[in-house]
Design a protein around this ligand. Structure first.
Ligand SMILES: O=C(O)CCC(=O)C(=O)O
Length: 317
């Protein structure tokens, strides 16, 4: 059977692949939904006690300004709270979540980042691929968990079913400057994605979740946070981002996607093991950026070499 260097659920040969597997009815439904829509909702997987423990930690530590936190924090989100909260870590590594992701991606699952929210992010539409990409492609996903009931009023996550099949857009598709070193021109990307949604007449859906429901989204699905229409409404939630083993992991936004000088995410930590993630391409190691850097370094030294030689000759005259 011909295979593609992609997760089987995102493969052009999906129909053939699913026929070759022995799946339960539930597994087949999950895989088909994920393949078609780019997301799947799971209910009744997480215990209320775990959800309450994460909620309690988030309230008393993550968003309590008096609590000393050595992770990144702003008013809306706290990054990598798993380092402080055992409950947040447990949620990121929940066996049922890991089992489902391992089934969908057929690789070891690597939870590598958590974000906890107290209110709706109101984040504009985007794909995670602009921040988190892999080689082979698409070995990344997000799992968003409602820590309370989500309504129309408190800024539900929205997404566009089927948008994961679009190209992985980055700054090389927008304007003339493919390289960005900061979030300064992120707005250009967001404007671009909104036009893509319009041009493709994509249908918006909102995740009106009940406490404990979770949404798995694939790396390239266009999603964001709806406006908060009830002032002061909370929206307690946690999202975990996952990569899968044996890939290179990079940030397209900080890479030159024209020359393929990739900004690798070195030093990634596996939340499950606490260990640094080893990067490779299906197990083979290349030296991507370091080689490019070395060549650049060498060529710039070769350029100054004749001047050094000239200076030494002059000294001996
Ligand atoms: O929680 C939200 O409102 C959106 C989160 C999101 O877009 C993300 O984590 O990529």
């Amino acid at each position: 059977m011909v295979t593609a260097n992609l997760p089987w659920v995102e493969s052009p040969f999906f129909e053939e692949a699913i026929k070759s597997k022995k799946l339960t009815a539930k597994q087949a439904e999950i895989a088909e939904t994920y393949h078609r829509d780019g997301f799947v909702v799971l209910q009744g997987v997480l215990s209320e006690s775990l959800i309450d423990a994460v909620l309690n930690d988030a309230k008393t530590k993550a968003f309590n300004p008096d609590f000393r936190l050595n992770t990144q924090r702003d008013e809306v989100r706290v990054q990598d709270f798993w380092q402080v909260s055992e409950a947040a870590r447990e949620l990121a590594c929940h066996p049922e979540i890991l089992k489902t992701l391992e089934f969908l991606y057929e690789r070891e699952v690597i939870p590598f980042q958590t974000l906890n929210f107290s209110v709706g992010t109101q984040q504009r539409a985007h794909s995670d691929t602009i921040h988190f990409s892999s080689l082979p492609a698409r070995f990344m996903c997000g799992v968003w968990v409602a820590l309370e009931d989500i309504t129309e009023e408190n800024g539900p996550v929205f997404y566009y079913p089927g948008s994961h099949t679009l190209p992985e857009y980055d700054f090389s598709h927008i304007g003339n400057t493919p390289v960005t070193t900061s979030y300064e021109n992120y707005k250009e990307y967001e404007d671009f994605i909104e036009k893509i949604v319009e041009a493709n007449k994509l249908e918006k859906r909102k995740f009106l979740a009940k406490k404990g429901d979770l949404l798995i989204w694939s790396s390239n699905i266009i999603h964001g946070g709806s406006p908060v229409t009830k002032q002061g409404a909370s929206r307690w939630s946690q999202v975990t981002h996952y990569f899968f083993a044996d890939c290179y992991y990079y940030t397209p936004m900080l890479s030159n996607m024209v020359t393929r000088e990739l900004f690798l995410r070195n030093g990634l930590k596996n939340i499950k093991t606490g260990e640094e993630v080893v990067q490779s391409y299906n197990g083979k190691k290349f030296h991507l950026l370091p080689t490019a850097k070395k060549l650049y370094f060498l060529s710039s030294h070769l350029k100054v070499m004749p001047n050094i030689v000239k200076t030494i000759k002059n000294l001996w005259k």
